[in-house]
Design a protein around this ligand. Structure first.
Ligand SMILES: [Fe+2]
Length: 132
């Protein structure tokens, strides 16, 4: 899935990390990069955790009212990713699981960004502007 400008939140750090997640998820379904799959799955696992934690820091420092709700969404996704990761390890035929992981990461991220990260970004950028 290609990154599009409509996915931008306007918070540079968040946008950079989102782009990287998309890029990594695409490696999983790129036939020419199959040698990198295990490495990429592990990278994604830790990068997702880092990304969520970085976002949650911004939530806290800006006293975001929906902080707990947003954190729960992150936790649910981390759990889902771990499940898929386990499925991949156990699967005799790995290809379909890789497709599912790609769809899960990209599909979840798209929805999450459009709805929840953008909502936070509006709040955060406004708060920075007004200095309150
Ligand atoms: Fe988020």
């Amino acid at each position: 899935m290609i990154w599009t400008k409509s996915l931008e939140t306007g918070v540079p750090k968040i946008d950079e990390q989102h782009k990287e997640l998309f890029r990594q998820a695409d490696i999983l379904v790129d036939k020419s990069q199959q040698g990198k799959v295990n490495e990429t799955l592990n990278f994604l696992k830790s990068y997702v955790a880092k990304h969520f934690s970085d976002e949650e820091i911004l939530h806290r420092v800006s006293a975001y009212p929906k902080l707990d709700f947003h954190k729960k969404l992150h936790e649910d996704f981390s759990k889902y990713y771990r499940e898929l990761y386990g499925q991949y390890q156990a699967a005799p035929n790995k290809q379909p699981v890789l497709m599912s992981i790609n769809t899960a990461v990209v599909g979840w991220l798209r929805e999450h960004i459009m709805k929840h990260d953008k909502e936070f970004a509006v709040y955060y950028l406004e708060k920075q502007k007004t200095g309150k």
